[in-house]
Design a protein around this ligand. Structure first.
Ligand code: BES
Ligand code: MN
Ligand code: ZN
Length: 500
């Protein structure tokens, strides 16, 4: 999708579809100013993402179709993203390839939202990526690249019509929006690839490709190196597998000043069967998405590099699948993690925390970062608590928690803070090892976070994001099914805050 910013009169623009944005406030006035039939007011309210398609020739307009696009009450930046998602999604549905939107009034919208024109334009472009996303590469005929481009009905061109005095700001927003949008797309592709297309080695390869594309260093540790490092958590989870684990290090160091060093850890379980503590078979296939944390870390590091943020950003991705077999770890086993802390494995399905434990300790020890964040599809309990749209946030630092909350509001990837009180540690005590990987019933997301906290070696600026709910849209959720890329926008938002 090529994005073009132009200053022409939007009425004369030839496109398959032209969107006219309207806020729900003063709708009547702005609709009549645009020359649209006011009878429409009965149906169109201007709510965020609301769409009315107008067919037939419209006086003075050159586009084949016109879309009235609601952008909400003009107070929330996320409403712009929602509008863009709806517009792009509708355009794909209508097989429109050249699409355009009139942004000549974006300056007014910027005033009411209290956001810059640049941010609004970025949110819009990012939303257009989200809304036009489809995962069809495993459909027959698409598997081979031949003929792919001729047949493709993807949106080829998004034209943003700007007013003279906002062109520069929109241009800047387009760059940001394209970066976040395309990194989110990469994350979604990785999540959607099933286990037989994406294993631990493939995650390493995806990181290497990303590093080449965006200009940052990548190193992949293979099984031998993981063994000599003594990453006992990652190795224990990998024991049941026929495929070796990897531990990928992405390292973006800016050319100039480094305002902070940030370590991002992402859970990379390419398929989670539960291991010997086998999961029920219903919807088990969705556990191909258990590497969503890894995908969002990959996306965020690439975005940081492409945005040339003044931060050193290190991504750490422990990756393996979690399989049952004669060689698999058994419930009751005691393992020694990279930190030296021993863990009684009460349940082999609580595998994420075992591989994250190694990565967190390694990240703290090797880089002593200013900020340490991990992202993981860690617990089903998190979905019970917060549902499919919101991630749980745990942090031992109020300022970091607030920054992540704000980044969530801005990026539309919402987080809600949960407690880390010590009373929850009671539940993960072990009689025979230092700690157990499973708690008793109740507060499953909190006990998982308390477990991770033991492996950060007293780091004072750590956050854990449990994205089990929002990382994957199940069938019938009303959204495009599958990986959502949740985490990329949120982490980029945090990184931008840490840059200023
Ligand atoms: N990957 C799962 C968590 C999950 C569940 C993510 C549903 C997305 C959707 C994780 O490894 C897991 O199995 N957690 C267990 C922990 C339990 C055994 C303590 C869970 O949540 O049931
Ligand atoms: Mn599991
Ligand atoms: Zn898992």
């Amino acid at each position: 999708m090529k994005i073009i910013v132009t200053k022409c009169d939007f009425r004369t623009l030839g496109a398959d579809v032209l969107a006219l944005p309207f806020s729900s406030v003063e709708l009547e006035k702005s609709l009549s100013a645009s020359g649209v039939d006011l009878q429409l007011l009965a149906d169109f309210k201007g709510d965020a993402g609301e769409i009315v398609v107008l067919y037939g020739v419209h006086k003075g307009f050159s586009a084949s179709r016109i879309i009235l696009l609601g952008v909400g009450d003009g107070n929330k930046i996320d409403d712009w993203r929602k509008a863009a998602v709806a517009f792009a999604s509708k355009s794909v549905e209508l097989k429109c390839q050249q699409i355009a939107i009139d942004l000549s009034r974006i300056g007014d919208f910027a005033l009411t939202t209290g956001q810059s024109v640049t941010s609004l334009a970025a949110a819009f472009v990012e939303g257009a990526f989200t809304g036009s996303y489809r995962f069809d590469r495993l459909k027959s005929g698409k598997l081979e690249k031949k003929g792919r481009d001729e047949k493709s009905l993807d949106i080829t061109e998004l034209v943003l019509v700007a007013h003279l005095d906002t062109v520069d700001e929109i241009d800047r927003g387009v760059i940001d929006g394209e970066i976040v949008g395309s990194c989110k797309k990469m994350a979604r592709d990785l999540v959607n690839l099933p286990g037989n297309y994406l294993n631990a080695e493939d995650i390493g390869k995806a990181a290497e490709e990303s590093g080449k594309r965006a200009g940052f260093h990548v190193e992949v540790f293979h099984k031998k190196e993981i063994e000599s490092l003594g990453m006992g958590g990652l190795l224990a989870v990998n024991k049941g597998s026929d495929q070796p684990p990897t531990f990928t290090v992405l390292d973006y160091t800016p050319k100039g000043v480094v305002r902070a060093v940030v370590v991002l850890v992402g859970k990379g379980v390419t398929f989670d069967s539960g291991g010997i503590s086998l999961k029920p078979s219903e919807n088990m296939g969705e556990m191909k998405s258990d590497m969503s944390g890894a995908a969002s870390v990959l996306g965020a590091v690439e975005a940081a590099a492409r945005l040339a943020l003044p931060l050193r950003v290190i991504g750490l991705i422990p990756a393996t699948d979690n399989m049952p077999s004669g060689t698999a770890q058994q419930p009751g086993d005691v393992i020694t993690t990279y930190s030296g802390i021993t863990v009684e494995v009460g349940n082999t399905d609580a595998e994420g925390r075992l591989i994250l434990a190694d990565a967190l300790t390694y990240g703290k020890e090797k880089y002593n970062p200013d900020v340490l964040v991990d992202v993981a599809t860690l617990t089903g309990a998190c979905i019970v608590a917060l549902g499919y749209s919101v991630a749980a946030l745990f942090s031992n630092n109020d300022k970091l928690a607030e920054e992540l909350f704000q980044a969530g509001e801005q990026s539309g990837e919402k987080v809600w803070r949960m407690p880390l009180w010590d009373l929850y540690s009671e539940q993960i005590k072990s009689d025979i090892a230092d700690v157990s990987n499973t708690g008793s019933r109740g507060a499953g997301s909190v006990t998982a976070a308390k477990f991770l906290e033991k492996f950060i070696d007293g780091h004072g600026n750590w956050a854990h994001l449990d994205i089990a709910g929002p990382s994957f849209a199940p069938k019938g959720s009303g959204k495009v099914n599958g990986g959502t890329g949740f985490g990329v926008g949120l982490l980029v938002g945090l990184l931008k805050k840490l840059s200023s």
